[in-house]
Design a protein around this ligand. Sequence first.
Ligand code: SF4
Ligand code: SF4
Length: 298
Amino acid sequence: MPAMGFYTDTSVCIGCKACQVACHQWNDLPAELAEQPAPDGSQPGKPRPLTGNSYDNTGSLSDVNWRHVKFIEKSRLPDGRVSYRPTDAGRDGLEWLMMSDVCKHCVNAPCLEVCPTGAIIRTEFDSVYIQEPVCNGCRACVAACPFGVIHMGGTANQGKGTAKKCTLCYDRLQHGLVPACAQACPTASIQFGPIDELRQRAEQRLQQLHAQGITNARLYGHDDTILGGLNAFYLLLDEPEVYGLPSNPKLPSRSVPSTSLWSLASAILMGLAGIVSFRKRRMDRFATETRADEEVAQ
Ligand code: SF4
Ligand code: SF4
């Protein structure tokens, strides 16, 4: 089975959020409410207040939002600087950068590396899947993911919940179906297929955009430089950080050698300090005893 995944071309995303809705619908994910409905159904619950941030009222990925369409408002300020904040005064030349964010199904996945129970596995499609019944709610994966994808949800593990995120529609793939989000996207911004094929398609699209003078276009996560490759990679129209994507995310194990060296150096210094202190105490005691002997002799 070849590695399967997503190529998301943000240059054709129209921000319709069909992908987000399809994900909710297929995975039976509830709405994110400010207040939950009464258990007996007498009160409907309260919707979340609007964020006031462009047309994005979801805010971020969460335990119930496994896809999130970002709206980034890019404009020029009167002094010529570029603004990405809808609240800046005097903005002109507004353009929206839209991006449907999701789990990146990293080839070297930090979440999978740190999970102590083996709840996070790699599937036959090369996707990263959380087996919720095996999750003990420790949150190690939440801290390890450099993209802020994983969130805890539900009431299992004495209320700590279990880790939740996009499954790459594992249940649909097992039956030969395309993931619900890709199926719903009306502009083919989200394309699903074998990763090798998607990479070729993305390279061609990049060349086409560059030939049209859109020199800001770039690919993110299409090769092995970011965590061995992202099985959900992107064509972006600005720096990755503008979209909230880190340029150079690290695997937790990459920081182990430097951390170990610092620990070793600290241990050596502590040992040396102990020897010096011990010698000093012995010298002080010897001097005191010598003085006492001299006083007795006098
Ligand atoms: S692949 Fe499935 S679970 Fe993942 S974002 Fe798309 S619809 Fe949601
Ligand atoms: S990725 Fe597709 S479905 Fe999602 S918001 Fe963009 S155009 Fe709509």
